[in-house]
Ligand binder design. Structure first.
Ligand SMILES: Nc1ncnc2c1ncn2[C@@H]1O[C@H](COP(=O)(O)OP(=O)(O)OP(=O)(O)O)[C@@H](O)[C@H]1O
Ligand SMILES: [Mg+2]
Length: 139
């Protein structure tokens, strides 16, 4: 198994009047903490948005485990096991804990949001973090 799990080759991203990424290559190594460093405006966030399906690139290829993938949306990226934790996390105060955790990626069953499974998976996640789900947050 290759040490490189995700590979981006020749990524070009143009914004009106500006080239944010000019044929950038990037490798993500398996079982390692990978760090991307660059000055303000270097294109780090743009690259992460492309790799998480938030934005598309104008040129270049992305390989996952050596196979080319197309990321048209964050959902596409999620289906490949790629997701992003954004720098500025915000909690929606009008939603409960479980609704916040599953916002935008709700679990469904027979075309309905499956609150029971969402609540149970949220409680499991909080348990792993040694933070039991408050009783008031359980539906
Ligand atoms: N939506 C956008 N429209 C136009 N230009 C953009 C857009 N997003 C980013 N840019 C430009 O693309 C370039 C790369 O920006 P980006 O935000 O990816 O850099 P960064 O490395 O994340 O910077 P920082 O360290 O400040 O977070 C910059 O010149 C920026 O002004
Ligand atoms: Mg940034």
């Amino acid at each position: 198994m290759s040490d490189v799990i995700l590979q981006a080759n020749g990524i070009l991203k143009r914004y009106p009047g500006n080239i944010a990424l000019d044929h950038v290559d990037f490798r993500l190594h398996r079982n390692a903490v990978n760090v991307l460093i660059g000055e303000n405006g270097a294109g780090k966030s743009t690259l992460m948005r492309i790799l998480s399906g938030v934005e598309s690139c104008d040129e270049g290829t992305i390989l996952l485990d050596g196979k080319p993938i197309t990321l048209r949306s964050p959902r596409d990226a999620g289906a490949h096991g790629i997701s992003i934790v954004h720098q500025e996390l915000s909690v929606m105060p009008n939603l409960d804990i479980s609704e916040n955790i599953f916002a935008g990626r709700e679990l469904t069953r027979v075309a309905m949001v499956d609150r029971k499974t969402e609540d149970s998976q949220s409680a499991d996640a909080l348990h792993r973090l040694h933070k039991p789900m408050p009783v008031s947050a359980q539906t």
